[in-house]
Ligand binder design. Structure first.
Ligand code: SAH
Length: 250
């Protein structure tokens, strides 16, 4: 999926910024760097700022036109330091990353375009983008260093990917538990709370409503329900053992 995403830098003046952008990309698992008419590249400053991401620089494709860099891309997102987009949808970093990620996941080639350090992207270049992205920042000082802008957007793409893999789901969470299983879970919890004398037999409606709200928020999975019920049973077992040993009175 990451191989489907291109980072395109237009007419970058400082080779150090190219190196820093390459590093930012590699940190977030991206490697396809396109340079449209860079002022000086290759350059020692680019290599030194890339640090361990020299492979990204070595594979960078230098193009003589933007169209060449965007060839075969079905979605192009233009990063603009100014929120001046009127005719095009303007998204924030997170939403645009989510969109790029979804297209890339379906096997489409996508690109994010970054402009010149001094003057950004021209209107003609912005015209080639279906979506504009503005990284929300200080309204009085919203222009990030280009490599910092690359970092923010690539970070969000990486986040979109992690969210999709959803480690919570893998751990058995995010709901999907039937109504009956949850009702049995609450009945067990109710019994436990009585057994450990946390509530009396009449229970506590208000406490229980709060507990239901808490567990609803957690969106438990079946494995998690079983794990918690195992803990409840263990606590009940200890309590009855101590009772039998006469260490506590009931
Ligand atoms: N002075 C230029 C900004 C250049 S910064 C201007 O006012 O347009 C270089 C590039 O970094 C920009 O062209 C853009 O692609 C990206 N960038 C910088 N800040 C950004 C922000 N807040 N949101 C989105 N992209 C940004």
């Amino acid at each position: 999926m990451f191989d489907k995403i291109r980072i395109v830098l237009i007419a970058t003046s400082h080779p150090g910024n190219i190196g820093a952008a390459a590093r930012a990309m590699k940190n977030m698992c991206l490697s396809r760097l396109y340079l449209v008419e860079p002022k000086c590249f290759p350059h020692a400053d680019a290599s030194s700022r890339a640090s361990g991401a020299s492979d990204v620089l070595d594979q960078a494709i230098v193009c003589s036109s933007l169209d060449e860099a965007l060839q075969d891309c079905s979605l192009v997102v233009g990063a603009s330091a100014r929120s001046r987009s009127l005719e095009w949808p303007l998204l924030n970093a997170r939403d645009s990353a989510e969109k790029l990620y979804q297209h890339a996941r379906q096997g489409e080639d996508v690109a994010i375009l970054f402009g010149r350090e001094r003057s950004g992207l021209t209107n003609l270049e912005l015209d080639k983008c279906q979506i504009h992205v503005h990284i929300d920042a200080n309204e009085q000082y919203s222009s990030l260093n280009i490599a910092a802008a690359v970092q923010v957007l690539t970070y969000e793409i990486h986040q979109a990917c992690l969210a999709q893999q959803s480690p919570i789901e893998e751990a058995g969470g995010r709901g999907g538990v039937s109504h009956q299983v949850m009702e049995d879970f609450y009945a067990h919890l109710d019994q436990l709370l009585q057994d450990i004398d946390f509530i009396d037999e009449r229970g506590s409606e208000k406490l229980f409503r709060r507990l239901r709200r808490l567990f609803n928020r957690a969106e438990l999975g079946n494995d998690e329900v079983n794990m918690l019920r195992g803990i409840f049973s263990a606590a009940q077992g200890r309590k009855s053992m101590r009772r039998q040993e006469g260490r506590i009175e009931k």
